[in-house]
Design a protein around this ligand. Structure first.
Ligand code: SF4
Length: 220
């Protein structure tokens, strides 16, 4: 550094960032000052969480395990469009669509999610997938207890992700509500299974357990 430069830009005064000088009392307690933090903390409420014996609820919008939802009549919301898989920055989602048929209608419209996998070793819980989903089929729960002994166990399949049917719903597959198209489903006009849907399931799957709990709403 040149002499002119040193004169123009002198070193700053070190006292600007040095700790404030201690008074006589400060100097007397300096050797045990660290215990002050300990003593003041001893009388505060304990912050330790006794997990897993006691589970503390997460924030309501916590991003946990995913869930595949149903419409009120029990049909699946997922239409196998793969938008969630394309939106995923970690390439954690794999979707393969299947075609609905009159004998096996799983979701409103043409296609349903036949294969649906989320690899939780890749997922970063960013939530881009649920933003991308056009039917609100995919949402995130508050479940954070995701563990497995093998890599395979951390790949969740469709049956692991499907939300349980709510009381009154009718398990898919079954026909859509008569006289409707997928547009009525998307706009939220379906409020529950109809008697015709219940009759169809009773004829094709008489042992279906949801037949005993379904609440039919009459014709649409
Ligand atoms: S979960 Fe949503 S975005 Fe993903 S395939 Fe199904 S409908 Fe499409």
């Amino acid at each position: 550094m040149s002499k002119e430069h040193a004169e123009q830009f002198p070193d700053p005064d070190p006292s600007l960032w040095a700790p404030a000088p201690k008074g006589p009392l400060g100097q007397m307690f300096a050797p045990v000052a660290g215990f002050g933090v300990t003593l003041s903390s001893m009388f505060r409420p304990v912050a330790t969480e006794q997990y897993p014996e006691e589970k503390v609820p997460t924030a309501p919008r916590y991003h946990g395990r995913h869930q595949l939802n149903h419409y009120a009549d029990g049909l699946e919301r997922c239409i196998g469009c793969e938008l969630c898989a394309w939106a995923c920055p970690a390439d954690a989602i794999f979707v393969e669509a299947g075609y609905n048929t009159p004998d096996a209608q799983y979701s409103p419209g043409e296609r349903f999610g036949k294969v649906y996998q989320i690899n939780y070793l890749r997922c970063i819980f960013c939530g881009y997938c649920i933003q991308a989903c056009p039917t609100r089929a995919l949402t995130m729960t508050n479940d954070f207890e995701l563990a497995g002994a093998t890599r395979e166990e951390m790949i969740y399949e469709k049956q692991d992700l499907l939300a349980p049917l709510e009381p009154g719903m009718l398990a898919a597959p079954h026909p859509m509500v008569e006289g409707t198209t997928d547009a009525e489903y998307y706009s939220g006009e379906i409020t529950g299974p109809t008697e015709q849907q219940v009759a169809w399931v009773a004829e094709h799957r008489p042992d279906d357990p949801t037949l005993s709990t379904v609440r039919a709403e009459g014709s649409h």
